[in-house]
Ligand binder design. Structure first.
Ligand SMILES: [Fe+2]
Length: 274
């Protein structure tokens, strides 16, 4: 089972391909350059026109400039070029594992201001990204905080997975995505909080691993038996956070993902189809 810190993304990929879970790997940008992102850390949330920005399309066509619509002001050149650099380095790190048809990606940046929304963690696994296609391998996501606190991961023992999956039989709780059925997960109602608390009680503090801007994660998604179990970190006093994630796939897989997400969130997502 995954849950290690490894030397490279390539090692992390092999780790989760063989055992599922998650692996932390050094963010493939030197720490000096990582600091460029902090230029936008102290901007107020009002400086952003949207909180989530999604790019669906060709990896080689991606430039950080695709994210310019994210802020009310254009992002500094150094920030957009570093975003492109992170994407390039991740792609290079995966190179030997990518099928030649896996030319596209869903790339997200998510701005999360300081809040109490995750004082109780939202433990969950991510659902399947797309229908399994001609490239039959595990589905996975790469993600990390470019600034602010890193994602929490729980290296869940295989024998415990079953009991977490059983939570799906509890009223209103869905294992996938930590959603309360029919409720907006961003609204902290009592039912939602109780559902989170129930799951959080089962997670031993000493088995929680946290990423950082220096360590991103690669984690399996879409299968309760193998997926990386994770949550947003506590953001009550940490300052703003910017989360970056990338899911590579074939052109048709990424198009399938785009259509699915846009259907679910027609008003909150902004799409760049470059
Ligand atoms: Fe997630």
């Amino acid at each position: 089972m995954g849950g290690k810190t490894v030397a490279t993304l390539s090692d992390g990929f092999l780790e989760i391909k063989n055992g599922g879970g998650f692996a932390l790997f050094p963010t493939p940008v030197d720490s000096e350059k990582l600091h460029v992102f902090q230029q936008i850390q102290t901007l107020s949330p009002q400086s952003y026109s949207i909180n989530d920005f999604d790019y669906y399309g060709s990896i080689s066509d991606f430039t950080g400039k695709a994210f310019d619509g994210f802020g009310k002001l254009p992002l500094p050149e150094s920030v957009t070029s570093q975003m492109a650099n992170v994407t390039e380095e991740i792609t290079a790190g995966l190179a030997t594992h990518l099928d030649p048809t896996e030319t596209d990606a869903w790339i997200t940046i998510r701005f999360q201001p300081t809040s109490h929304a995750f004082d109780t963690p939202r433990w969950h696994i991510d659902g399947k990204m797309f229908t399994d296609g001609t490239v039959p391998k595990i589905q996975y996501k790469i993600g990390g905080a470019l600034f602010g606190p890193g994602t929490l991961f729980y290296d869940i023992p295989p024998e415990k997975r079953h009991s977490f999956a059983e939570e799906t039989t509890d009223p209103g709780i869905q294992f996938y995505n930590g959603l309360v059925a029919g409720k907006d997960p961003n609204v902290l109602n009592e039912e939602w909080l109780n559902a989170r608390k129930l799951v959080d009680k089962k997670v031993p503090q000493e088995n929680i691993v946290q990423g950082s801007s220096e360590f991103m994660a690669v984690f399996a998604v879409g299968d309760p038996g193998t997926s990386g179990f994770h949550s947003e970190p506590n953001m009550s006093s940490s300052g703003n956070r910017m989360f970056f994630s990338m899911v590579p796939g074939t052109k048709s897989q990424i198009e399938e993902l785009r259509q699915k997400f846009e259907q679910h969130n027609p008003n909150t997502k902004k799409t760049n189809r470059m």
